[in-house]
Ligand binder design. Structure first.
Ligand code: PMV
Length: 321
């Protein structure tokens, strides 16, 4: 029986989360953790979604009933990615979608976008269409909007493209990425909801608009400066800018004790810079370091209640396996 497996990478925002929602530029890279999505036809005229790590099998209709409550949160982005791909080609087919991801979910690494983008790729390919990365990203964005409210579009764009990007208001520019750059990720293991945190920033923005305008503006400037240092492989300077960015994220109200503890641990053990990555409120931190410090930094994350991952930037965006 015909089957297609597609995959897409995790993402890590190095500078500019939250301010990107307000139209400022952000610096984002794709990481070598991946989500895999297998699509096969079924003769049940249903969309069957199997997500092994959540031990879930969900059977859903080929057309959305209009009742969001019947669909589990984890399954929503996958289901709507399938439906949006059907919409694109004005067709429906019974499909079984199996998810296998090694990206920690709800942790700021774009797991939902990676699964959505890989789903669009797998479904479009099995239906006999080869879409461009931009088109895949656009379809996944539609499904992300249904699920997450008002995302900036940075997640679906980077996981479709791979590599490193400056992303601003729906547009992106590809960056020259230094070879062999190590990126340490520390998962606080505290799960959180991006929409809730974006809304929290929005409420504070409405209350203190002028103050927040200045903070968001400064975050945009940090990104432009950080870009130069990344492309010139000046990692200590990039690290310093990440520390400044973290101070501003704290000012926005999206850091917390779990995040600060992991950041402190990495800096005490020689990290060149560390900050939360993604929406904050838990999820992951990102730290940069010279090679000789990596082991002790990772150990410090693991002994401070987190889980450390050593990653590299991948140029492989969405693809068929
Ligand atoms: O935590 P994540 O992976 O959902 O990333 C959110 C990034 C934000 O800038 C906070 C929101 C967005 O849509 O850009």
């Amino acid at each position: 029986m015909k089957e297609i497996t597609a995959s897409a990478p995790a993402k890590c925002i190095l500078t500019g989360e939250h301010s990107v929602v307000y139209g400022k530029p952000a610096l984002v890279v794709a990481l070598d953790l991946r989500a895999y999505v297998k699509a096969t036809f079924n003769d049940k005229n249903k969309i069957i979604i199997e997500a092994k790590q959540f031990q879930k099998k969900t059977i859903l209709p080929l057309k959305f009933s209009g009742d969001m409550r019947i669909i589990d949160e984890v399954i929503k982005p996958i289901y709507f990615a399938v439906l949006e791909t059907f919409n694109m080609f004005n067709t429906t087919r019974g499909l079984t979608i199996s998810i296998n991801s090694n990206i920690p979910p709800s942790a700021g690494l774009g797991s939902s976008a990676a699964v959505s983008v890989a789903t669009v790729k797998a479904v479009s390919e099995i239906l006999g269409h080869s879409l461009k990365k931009e088109q895949i990203s656009e379809i996944a964005f539609k499904s992300e909007r249904i699920v997450h409210g008002n995302p900036s579009g940075i997640d679906n764009t980077i996981v479709a493209q791979g590599g490193g990007l400056i992303y601003e208001k729906g547009k992106f520019e590809k960056l020259k990425i230094p070879k062999d750059m190590n990126i340490i990720i520390g998962d606080t293991l505290k799960r959180r909801n991006t929409g809730v945190l974006v809304e929290k920033v929005r409420e504070n923005y409405v209350k203190y608009t002028e103050v927040f305008e200045n903070i968001l503006e400064a975050m945009g400037k940090i990104t432009l400066e950080a870009r130069k240092h990344l492309e010139e492989n000046k990692i200590p300077e990039l690290g310093e800018l990440m520390n400044i960015n973290q101070g501003l994220l704290k000012a926005l109200g999206v850091s917390n004790t779990e995040i600060e503890n992991l950041i402190d641990a990495t800096l005490k053990n020689g990290a060149l810079g560390a900050k939360l990555t993604g929406a904050g409120g838990g999820g992951c931190i990102v730290a940069l370091a010279n090679k000789d410090k990596i082991e002790s930094i990772m150990e410090s994350i693991n002994t401070s209640g987190g889980r450390a991952y050593l990653t590299k930037i991948t140029c492989l965006g969405v693809k068929v396996e």
